[in-house]
Design a protein around this ligand. Sequence first.
Ligand code: RIB
Length: 303
Amino acid sequence: MGRVFVAGSINMDVVATAERHPRVGETVAGSAVLYFPGGKGANQAVAAAKLGAPTTLIGRLGKDAFGEQLRTFLAAQGVDLSFVKDTPEAHTGTAIITVADADNTIVVVPGANALVDADDVAMPVLAKGDIAVSQFEIPQAAITAFFRSARAAGATTVLNPAPARKFDGELLDLVDILVLNETELGLLTGRELRDSDDYTRFIDAAHSLAGSDRIICVTLGKRGVLALVKDEPLIVAGREVKAIDTTGAGDCFVGALASQLAGGNNSRDALGYANAVASICVQRMGAAPSMPTAAEVANILNT
Ligand code: RIB
């Protein structure tokens, strides 16, 4: 079995729940303040580890109370933290999140995540069959260095370009699997896309990023997933569930996909499995704590 290496962000999510989101300039009364481990990198690593893949996280924490709590939580989920550095010169990454009506708004203050560099990602030694995963809450130079050494080792690279940001062709050339939502796809391809659009619009946009062998995987919330695998469109229908908090659902999908690929499953089966895993995540509050175990996934797949 291959291993999963995630180079990415680690945040404490400070979550306020409310009946509805405030408009700009408006104050609304909330109902609760909750603290959840999060950060796209950490969420993806927890998802992969809880599904049984040997998983290593590469990143940085501040030397503060949030950093200590996150380290304890992540270790308890089975994530290898040998390459997570304590960084005295910056605070632990923090996300301020409002959850209302199952939807969220997020402001991320990167802190220590912004200091992840090429030396950090050079330390773990990857091998053929491993899966290297990253997203856009750490500097792009570090991601490029990480994917370059992963490729050289024969590992498969998975990029989740979130939060949405344009990136250069050098990085795209190093990506084997691109996982993104309709907003990110729209930004990268210069189109206005909505999750309700006709599939042909997504297929058309995805084609422009596909390259020769690259898999493009567009997550469409409750509609499921549309992927281009060897240039052939593949649609995995969403599962009907009652979502209460979608924070971290995309990360859950990415971590689950990586765990399945590390286990030797083909991309089509891995996509179907990851779609089911994410449907469990949205039924729970919080990001990293809402990632399900392999037994929970087996349970819904058998019913
Ligand atoms: O994708 C969800 C994550 O985005 C949250 O956990 C938050 O920390 C932000 O990074």
